[in-house]
Design a protein around this ligand. Structure first.
Ligand SMILES: Cc1cc2nc3c(=O)[nH]c(=O)nc-3n(C[C@H](O)[C@H](O)[C@H](O)COP(=O)(O)O)c2cc1C
Length: 181
């Protein structure tokens, strides 16, 4: 019998305010095809997301997309990885039971011997609480901007925020992961 591939349409509608924290030495790993369909995940991914591996394999990675994540964050992801550049960033993910967990994610393209992208790999670890405390209100502003003015509005807000702090997206996330306050 064929099995339905899950996506964000199958995500829980009841979202809680309960956070599940990653352990200090845990790494969540997944691999997707070129369109973002999961082709591999490790056991910590299943523990943290609350889904069985059988549900995750074949699912669109947006299955665990949290509504508190701004669209612009994923635009940055795809723009970078399709250019074979590494993405680093903070991602709030939605568990199957409606709880959430924060990660510091790296996403990169996997290339064949001709340099073509064949898949993508993401490795995530625990972010410091100081980073989550800074990123949470920034993401809220971006999500609110997107609700009224779409992604153009959050893009402008983000670039104004970075200009005001005299930093770049990469510098900011690296500093936050190192514990800058
Ligand atoms: C390797 C890889 C890992 C990803 N990991 C996540 C993730 O953990 N959480 C998430 O929400 N999106 C992740 N994404 C991005 C999703 O593919 C998708 O762009 C995002 O969930 C937004 O989906 P939507 O535009 O359909 O709402 C990942 C993408 C790739 C290529």
């Amino acid at each position: 019998m064929s099995r339905k591939n899950l996506s964000k349409l199958d995500a829980p509608k009841h979202i809680t305010n309960y956070e599940k924290k990653l352990e200090d030495n845990d790494f969540i790993i997944s691999k997707t095809d070129t369109r973002g369909k999961i082709i591999y995940c490790n056991e910590i991914f299943t523990d943290m997301s609350g889904y069985d591996a059988a549900d995750l394999i074949g699912a669109n990675h947006n299955l665990i997309r949290h509504p508190d994540m701004p669209k612009i964050a994923f635009k940055i992801v795809w723009d970078l990885i399709q250019q074979q550049k590494e993405f680093f960033g903070f991602v709030k993910n939605l568990r199957k039971d409606g709880d959430y967990y924060w990660v510091f994610a790296s996403i990169t393209a996997d290339l064949d011997d001709k340099g073509n992208i064949i898949s993508y790999t993401s490795v995530r670890r625990k972010p410091p609480q100081s980073a989550i405390d800074i990123i949470t209100p920034v993401y809220k502003l971006l999500v609110d901007a997107e609700k009224s003015g779409g992604i153009d509005s959050s893009k402008k807000l983000l670039s104004d925020f970075l200009a005001e702090k005299e930093t770049t997206y990469e510098e900011l996330v690296t500093a936050l992961q190192l514990g800058a306050k």
